[in-house]
Design a binder for this molecule. Structure first.
Ligand SMILES: NC(=O)N[C@@H](O)C(=O)O
Ligand code: NI
Length: 175
């Protein structure tokens, strides 16, 4: 394969993140943020409550748990060679260090192909809540030792299904 063919092949499979917005992310889940969101005052008006920004779905036989993920930056270039979904519950990632991170998703469904993928970059103040069954790549930090508060499901049943792509079909995430 000549360099131009390899470049062409590679350019066919570049995944370019777009800025995360609630509207664009709606098919996949919720954006957890305060910007332009409704709130009401509590605690003698000393506190704003940005109420129910997202729901936690634990399906049946499940309960919501809170964890902290400390993530390292994946080597570059990052090929999105797999996707996972949690068919029994939602999964939320809320940044603890106000740093941007990357999100790769595809709509819920029985399976996923590289053509279904969509990439987003957060603004550092946004979290995401993947709805039950939304395909996603595991958390993609842009800074080593970045930390995320994670709200997801603990319970019976297999709550993590993975699909792997052929290497020549796996897009390269642009960062
Ligand atoms: N495995 C795990 O708990 N994390 C993944 O689900 C992820 O989306 O990062
Ligand atoms: Ni996950």
């Amino acid at each position: 394969m000549t360099s131009s063919e390899s470049t062409t092949a590679l350019s066919d499979k570049l995944l370019q993140p777009e800025p995360l917005t609630a509207e664009a992310f709606a098919p996949y889940g919720d954006v957890i943020e305060t910007a332009d969101r409704d709130y009401f005052l509590i605690n003698q008006d000393y506190t704003r409550r940005y109420h129910r920004l997202a729901d936690v779905d634990t399906d049946k036989d499940g309960s919501a748990i809170i964890s902290i993920f400390r993530a390292q930056v994946y080597p570059r270039p990052l090929q999105i060679n797999m996707m996972e979904k949690h068919p029994l519950g939602s999964q939320a990632f809320i940044p603890l260090n106000q740093q941007a991170f990357l999100v790769v998703v595809a709509p819920p469904g029985d399976t996923v192909t590289p053509h279904d993928l969509k990439a987003f970059i957060t603004n550092g103040l946004q979290g995401v809540n993947y709805h039950k069954g939304t395909w996603h790549y595991p958390v993609i930090a842009l800074n080593n030792d970045d930390e995320f508060l994670v709200v997801d499901r603990s319970g019976t049943g297999n709550n993590c299904i993975e699909v792997f792509f052929n290497s020549d079909q796996s897009p390269v995430l642009q960062t």
